[in-house]
Design a protein around this ligand. Structure first.
Ligand code: PDD
Length: 290
């Protein structure tokens, strides 16, 4: 990025130009992926689903005995200041918290007085008018070879990156991860399908998947639209036979899936229920934004 487009980022209490931001080479986030993260979306300069994202950040940190010495109010102030300094209208704020640096490499957690590292930065992106939201995406299935605690939002994203590269090599836009024949979730989103008899299905919460914040809101909206919801695992075969499929996440909202491994879903075009839920999610998010 040139001088004009340099972002201001946040590192441990300071707002600095991105080229001046530094973290120790001994930081455990860098050496051991010992850290957690959140991605919150921004519409009209305001944060979407912020309390949900910060609630999950707390749960992720607690599951790893990671100190989080900032409360929700302090984190909201940092997010807002970063949005203001970068004049962000639409896009995301990325937050990463790591166990910090004890000045050397050691598997054991350092003393409790070791300062955690907190980093935030903004990403400008068109979310509402994204082409994927209008036209849908094609996914390729990949084996789910991640660790067994996918309910914790850790920064160890090498396998999701590999799965997305394999999906791209197969001509798809994203990967759906599969374990024992059943879809767990997308590589960076939750997976849904609408059966031919009209049931909306998404996998139940467990350590096998990330409890999506968007998933929870979309579930409320689906109930308000009187859709029948089934929280259960579904197979790749069932999804291929579905009337509709879609994914949910902070950065994609509700995005139709139009093909799985080159098999068209429904008539191969974005489905009506996905379209309605996407519109409802955007409307509700704008209303609740902070
Ligand atoms: N990903 N499942 C996985 C594995 C994810 O990485 C994500 C989010 C989700 C959806 O969660 P939410 O609705 O809270 O965004 C489900 C973020 C956006 C990312 O890594 O960029």
């Amino acid at each position: 990025m040139d001088e004009m487009t340099q972002r201001t980022v946040y590192v441990n209490g300071d707002y600095v130009a991105e080229r001046d931001a530094t973290v120790s080479i001994f930081d455990r986030g860098f050496l051991l992926a010992d850290g957690v993260y959140e991605v919150s979306s921004v519409l009209g300069g305001k944060l979407i689903d912020f309390p949900g994202h910060m609630g999950r950040l707390n749960r992720s940190a607690a599951a790893l005995e990671l100190a989080l010495p900032w409360d929700e109010e302090a984190l909201l102030a940092i997010h807002r200041e970063l949005i203001r300094r970068n004049a962000l209208d639409e896009g995301m704020v990325y937050l990463q918290l790591t166990r910090g640096s004890a000045g050397d490499r050691d598997f054991h957690y350092p003393d409790a007085d070791t300062q955690p590292t907190l980093v935030l930065f903004t990403q400008a992106k068109s979310l509402v008018d994204a082409r994927s939201g209008r036209e849908g995406i094609r996914v390729a299935t990949q084996p789910d070879w991640r660790w067994a605690r996918r309910d914790i939002k850790t920064v160890q994203l090498l396998y999701p990156a590999m799965a997305k590269m394999a999906a791209a090599a197969a001509g798809a836009d994203d990967a759906w991860l599969v374990e024992d024949g059943m879809v767990t979730e997308g590589a960076s989103n939750n997976a849904w399908m609408l059966t031919r008899d009209g049931a909306l299905v998404t996998r139940e919460l467990s350590p096998a998947i990330l409890p999506g914040i968007t998933r929870a809101v979309v579930m409320e909206l689906a109930e308000a639209l009187s859709l029948r919801i089934e929280e259960r695992a579904f197979s790749v075969e069932e999804a291929r036979e579905a009337r509709e499929c879609f994914v949910t996440s902070a950065s994609s909202f509700v995005t139709p899936v139009i093909a799985i491994d080159d098999v068209p879903i429904g008539d191969g075009r974005p489905g009506e229920v996905a379209r309605r839920l996407r519109a409802a999610y955007i409307e509700e998010s704008r209303r609740r934004a902070l």
